[in-house]
Ligand binder design. Structure first.
Ligand SMILES: *Cc1c(COP(=O)(O)O)cnc(C)c1O
Length: 427
């Protein structure tokens, strides 16, 4: 089983990839190693990675300090159950997270993926409301075009049209959806922009436990950057209606947008916050849901007096060590200058796209670069073109976007953006 053809056949015949069909002719590339910002394929080709493995690999692949942290932890223990037991990596990570997240957050619940962190956030909100005598608050308000994950409760708060989950509509809890904010990042939020949310809260707020949002950047639902002012007004409205605010920082956390957490653009603190993706620098699967003292003490005071969740691999020590090291590397680096540097390179490099007739618009925020096309791309043909150009870019729908590792050098950023320009011009 070491022949590349044979392996490829096995992959095609028996392995599912995300949102894919078995036996598909869609290209799947065999990666044998990754180092820095480069992926090495089985055929010897090397690609510059524009995706950071879906937002997560912020320090690059095969990072010596990250490798060392995991190797050292492996000598002590790879894993131990978290029920009734604890360990230093989890405690060190809790300390690190509480030091960098908004002040009111004071408690952490660890889980193994972003979707589960969202499930946990939603359960926290419902348990909190029940514990304070409002068990009728069971629903959630969410924005159209939101993406919060693929498990059932998370799916229920994904934008119904862009959320990729319409097949399951009948079994999902019905949530309250509000129009996507049209006010762009950097622009004010007008009365017209906020009215749909204000109305939803006025009309259905009493049946709702929380408003859940991706702060500033709507990711997989459309790569849309909206006004910080909108987020600020949303926070105020939640307070007025006694509805909790859950911020899903799974994509935006750890510097990606130019702030450590995107909610800082609006000077807003959530009641519950989810982090994942870049938490471990892309090394291992780990996520966390953070909340305030008021919420966890209220939950503890209610019935049954405990928070009802507990994953088998909760706070895996290897993943926690990776996360502690990733946060340390981030804070020790001049990450803000790095993000600004990438933002300038993306702005400059993607500028020629603005003149292309295929292109609807180009937007850059922090180290996220998005080219929105007029028509959806054909994945079957566009991905091989990127690979031929020596870069890894995986578009979806009308969106060709990149969010490179923070360490990507200017020359590599230029190769990446030139490839985007020439591939898009050639559509
Ligand atoms: C990726 C993502 C999730 C889901 O995380 P998984 O680890 O894929 O389960 C949830 N919310 C946002 C904003 C995301 O980008």
């Amino acid at each position: 089983m070491n022949n590349a053809e044979e392996l490829r056949k096995l992959d095609r015949d028996a392995i599912w990839h995300p949102y894919s069909a078995m036996h598909s002719d869609a290209p799947v590339y065999h990666v044998v190693a990754a180092d820095g910002v480069r992926l090495k394929l089985a055929n010897g080709q090397v690609l510059i990675d524009g995706m950071a493995s879906w937002w997560s690999v912020i320090h690059g692949y095969n990072h010596p300090a990250m490798n060392q942290a995991i190797e050292r932890q492996l000598q002590d223990m790879a894993h131990v159950m978290f029920g009734g037991l604890t360990h230093t990596p989890a405690m060190a990570l809790t300390k690190a997270l509480l030091a960098i997240t908004p002040a009111p957050l004071s408690a952490v619940f660890f889980s193994d993926s972003g979707s589960v962190a969202v499930e946990v956030a939603m359960k926290m909100a419902i348990q909190y409301c029940a514990a304070k005598g409002e068990p009728e608050r069971q629903r959630f308000i969410s924005l159209r075009s939101a993406y919060h994950g693929d498990t059932f409760a998370a799916m229920s708060v994904c934008g119904p049209v862009t959320g990729m989950h319409s097949l399951f509509a009948d079994v999902l809890p019905e949530q309250v959806f509000v129009a996507q904010p049209q006010c762009r990042f950097g622009e004010p939020c007008t009365r017209r922009d906020i009215v749909p949310l204000a109305n939803a809260l006025a009309e259905q707020g009493k049946a709702c436990a929380a408003l859940i949002m991706e702060p500033i950047v709507q990711g997989a639902g459309g790569m849309w950057f909206y006004s910080a002012d909108y987020l600020q007004q949303a926070r105020q409205l939640c307070d007025e209606h006694d509805v909790l605010l859950i911020l899903d920082e799974i994509a935006t956390g750890f510097g990606r947008t130019g702030k450590l957490f995107a909610c800082e653009h609006a000077n807003v603190a959530p009641d519950i916050m989810c982090v994942g993706k870049a938490l471990t620098g892309g090394y291992l699967s780990l996520a966390a849901t953070l909340t305030t003292e008021n919420i966890h003490t209220t939950i503890d005071s209610g019935d049954p007096g405990v928070f009802m969740h507990g994953p088998t691999f909760m706070a895996n020590p290897l993943a926690c060590s990776a996360a502690v090291t990733s946060i340390r590397l981030l804070l020790e680096s001049d990450w803000q200058a790095n993000i600004n540097r990438i933002a300038s390179a993306l702005e400059a490099g993607l500028m020629p796209c603005r003149r292309l007739s295929q292109v609807h618009g180009v937007r850059v925020l922090g180290s996220i670069g998005v080219v929105e096309l007029n028509e959806a791309v054909d994945m079957q043909t566009i991905v091989p073109k990127f690979v031929a150009a020596g870069v890894w870019v995986r578009p979806f729908g009308k969106l060709v976007y990149v969010m490179p590792p923070y360490i990507m050098a200017r020359e590599d950023l230029d190769i990446l953006t030139s490839a985007m320009v020439s591939v898009i011009a050639d559509i």
